[in-house]
Design a binder for this molecule. Structure first.
Ligand code: AHN
Ligand code: ZN
Length: 252
């Protein structure tokens, strides 16, 4: 799709001591310009359905149609759009590996937030281009569910308040205010934190919150075998993608 593609490969250690083969994939448009924005999502999927209603499934891998693939799907469509009509600003689409290798619920030992987001931690310490910088970053995580609402996540507001405002105002202007409440969505450990706090590029997380869901505040299929293509709503992907299109093509 006309991008300049860079891969980062290395071995990193998981919470269980396993040596994991990490691969981050970066698709860059206008790599020569210093005026850039970064869009990212994780492309790995969780090896354990540790929140599945049936405990027999707690060691089975999930498809991750929402948790992972939804964000990548939007990035692929953005890439197709960029090839047809290049935005003025340079864009990096970053697929982070190993976001979802965090310690599973069934493990009885120590749980540590650092076991999540291994690919983004790696990239933030060792960017694909030395001295890399971007105006801001937007992380997409679980952007494919029916009836999800994207509240304003805590670290996004703390580290990148003006970007939260830009994106939520755009969504409201476009008539999607109902799905983008301008209300507090709690604090989430996710790939936007290394981008903001290690790479020092202010990054927000577009991630749903379900205030009344008993299975999980991330929705009923989170880390279950139900996170498959049958629960993906193309309208939600389209909505989030169109907000991003407006934001990106308005950066000059
Ligand atoms: C925690 O559960 C600690 N963070 C959620 C980050 C996540 C997992 N996003 C997708 N899967
Ligand atoms: Zn996950």
């Amino acid at each position: 799709l006309g991008a300049t593609v860079t891969e980062q490969k290395d071995n990193v250690k998981g919470w269980d001591g396993n040596q994991l083969k990490m691969r981050n994939i970066i698709a860059s448009y206008k790599p020569e310009t210093g005026k850039r924005v970064l869009i990212c999502a994780h492309w790995d999927s969780r090896p354990w359905a540790d929140n599945d209603p049936d405990p027999k499934n707690h060691h089975t891998p999930i498809d991750g149609a929402d948790d992972g693939a939804s964000g990548v799907g939007i990035m692929v469509e953005l890439a197709r759009q960029f090839q047809q009509n290049m935005p003025e600003i340079g864009v990096d689409l970053i697929c982070f590996d190993m976001e979802d290798y965090g310690t599973p619920d069934w493990y009885e030992g120590q749980h540590d937030d650092n076991t999540w987001c291994l690919g983004s931690q790696y990239w933030a310490r060792t960017p694909h281009v030395s001295g890399y910088n971007a105006r801001f970053g937007i992380l997409l995580d679980m952007v494919g569910n029916r009836n999800s609402s994207f509240y304003q996540e805590y670290f996004s507001v703390r580290n990148a308040k003006s970007i939260v405002k830009k994106v939520w105002n755009k969504a409201h202007e476009m008539g999607m205010g109902g799905r983008f409440p301008k209300r507090d969505g709690g604090a989430i450990t996710d790939d936007h934190i290394p981008v903001s706090e290690i790479a020092k590029i202010p990054c927000i997380d577009i991630i749903p919150m379900y205030p009344d869901c008993k299975e999980s505040s991330f929705g009923p299929t989170w880390h279950t075998l139900g996170d498959n293509i049958s629960n993906i709503d193309p309208a939600t992907l389209g909505m989030v993608g169109q907000v991003l299109m407006e934001v990106i093509y308005n950066e000059h």
